[in-house]
Design a protein around this ligand. Structure first.
Ligand SMILES: [Zn+2]
Ligand SMILES: [Zn+2]
Length: 200
């Protein structure tokens, strides 16, 4: 009897992997495995075989932050008015007391967005196909990297899946599609994942 206690949180969400410094394994145009990772503030793709490198063109985020000069409370707000993006200083109302004051506009690049997701088996940044990608009865089965693949295998082959006792929200298996968790598909999915794991 294989028992597996799931992990708390979402360690295998796309953004979580990238934020942790790990990489996403994708297929380069040359056919070999390449990786996408956050390198300082840049999101880069590098192929280990042909050495191709691509840098993702990121959108800047503009913010104002600091202590209000009237109520002294701190705030950190994102600007959404495009006309303010090119200004050094904007008049901004404190979200706590409403006092309008001159604030410096801060520009920064956010390496990974929470809402970025895999679309049709491809990464949302460079549009490259995932390296660990297959289909089971017409439905996509994928892993973002080798560690994720190994997690899926452990989770799906466990006879008993348990939530961690301290989990108050989502657990790592939250993002696994239902058809991969169903008992009737279990053997097939395990076979498929094992084959993916054994590929070069
Ligand atoms: Zn390549
Ligand atoms: Zn204030």
């Amino acid at each position: 009897m294989k028992r597996f206690v799931d992990y708390s949180g979402e360690p295998y969400a796309l953004w979580a992997i990238l934020r942790s410094g790990a990489s996403i394994t994708v297929r380069c145009e040359c056919g070999a495995a390449g990786s996408i990772r956050c390198d300082h503030d840049e999101l880069v793709f590098i192929c280990s075989k042909c050495m191709q490198k691509k840098v993702y063109e990121q959108q800047a985020i503009y913010r104002v932050s600091g202590n209000c000069n009237y109520c002294d409370r701190w705030f950190n707000e994102q600007l959404h008015d495009k006309r303010q993006y090119t200004q050094k200083i904007v008049n901004y109302p404190c979200p706590h007391c409403g006092t309008v004051q001159a604030m410096h506009v801060k520009k920064r690049f956010d390496c990974v967005y929470y809402n970025s997701a895999i679309r049709e088996g491809r990464d949302p940044y460079f549009g490259l196909e995932l390296y660990f990608l297959s289909s089971y009865r017409g439905k996509p089965v994928w892993a973002l990297n080798r560690e994720h693949l190994s997690y899926l295998l452990t989770y799906i082959s466990a006879d008993q899946r348990q939530r961690p006792t301290y989990a108050y929200t989502r657990t790592a298996s939250y993002r696994i599609p239902r058809y991969m968790k169903e008992a009737k598909n279990r053997e097939g999915i395990i076979k498929l994942l094992t084959r993916m794991q054994n590929q070069a």
